[in-house]
Design a protein around this ligand. Structure first.
Ligand code: SF4
Ligand code: SF4
Ligand code: SF4
Length: 282
């Protein structure tokens, strides 16, 4: 059976410059691996490549120097390890995510769990151009949602219970945005300054600063590459169910209106924010 270079690339086998070898790109949602998987991937690189691995910018791993005739065996082995070959070209790419809950002390959401669910549903869907999706656990934005085609950020809206507040000022010290002050010995939040990081909620020793809402801020239209641009903020506090609907709508919109080589952000610009947002949010 003959395969074109494009077909092979679609499945994560990228022809190298010398045209004799392939680099095999792995599918690793959220960049999360067990140590056993990591060791097994290393063994694959030893056996079929030159014992080298490359960590990609999207938390993936690539195994360079694999010969065409070994691709079948490499694929079978990687599938057994649970890290099958990934994707390249115009489609949904490896979904990246920061560590999130329960690992990071700043996290508001389970980024890794969400990455796995989104990966199951949307990974590798064909599109006019590549689409990158990133999930970050809080506004520190370690996973850079603002420069991904679709970015998701975990957020918490705080609320002060005045009768429980003893005026200790811990929340005031904690807030890096200067969004809290004591008024008459009671904490007060300025929501024009608040960026919903949730740090003040975690800092309050008596539970007077509570999470009124936990949700997901969704960004669309960011990218780096040849023509970089920052994303638009689409929704402040989405539910998990809304995320799936919005991602699905983005892919349909992109599929129907996008042209080859045009990123989602440039498509939104071309169609117009109003019409694009209407379709993405419908
Ligand atoms: S974005 Fe927030 S939750 Fe994620 S790793 Fe960074 S600090 Fe932690
Ligand atoms: S959620 Fe973050 S930004 Fe908002 S008031 Fe609390 S600490 Fe400040
Ligand atoms: S940390 Fe809690 S108790 Fe202390 S001032 Fe803030 S809201 Fe009040």
């Amino acid at each position: 059976m003959r395969f074109s270079v494009e077909e092979l690339k679609k499945s994560g086998y990228i022809l190298q410059r010398d045209a004799e070898y392939f680099t095999v790109r792995l599918r690793i949602p959220g960049g999360h691996l067990t140590s056993r998987q990591m060791a097994s991937i290393g063994e694959v690189a030893e056996r079929y490549g030159r014992g080298e691995l490359h960590l990609t910018a999207r938390q993936g791993i690539e195994i360079p120097w694999v010969r065409f005739e070994d691709l079948g065996e490499v694929t079978r082995t990687l599938e057994e390890i649970g890290t099958p070959p990934g994707s390249c070209g115009p489609r949904v790419r490896n979904i990246s995510a920061c560590p999130g809950l329960p690992v990071c002390s700043h996290a508001n959401i389970d980024t890794q769990g969400l990455a796995r669910k989104l990966d199951e549903r949307f990974f590798d869907v064909d599109l006019p151009t590549k689409l990158k999706l990133a999930i970050t656990g809080c506004p520190n934005s370690c996973a850079k949602p603002q420069v991904n085609d679709i970015g998701i950020m975990g957020v918490v809206k705080p609320r002060i219970i005045p009768e429980a507040c003893d005026g200790c000022g811990k929340c005031v010290e904690t807030c890096k945005e200067g969004a809290i002050k004591l008024v008459g010995g009671i904490a007060q939040i300025d929501y024009n300054r608040c960026i919903y990081c949730g740090e003040c909620v975690r800092a309050c020793p008596v539970g007077a600063d509570q999470a009124e809402r936990v949700g997901y801020t969704i960004f669309v239209g960011g990218n780096v590459g040849r023509h970089p641009r920052l994303a638009y903020k689409l929704v402040d506090f989405a539910t998990e169910e809304m995320i799936f609907r919005i991602v699905e709508n983005c892919l349909i919109f992109f599929e129907e209106e996008g042209v080859r080589g045009e990123r989602l952000g440039h498509l939104i610009e071309r169609i117009g924010l109003g019409e694009a947002f209407r379709r993405i949010l419908s």
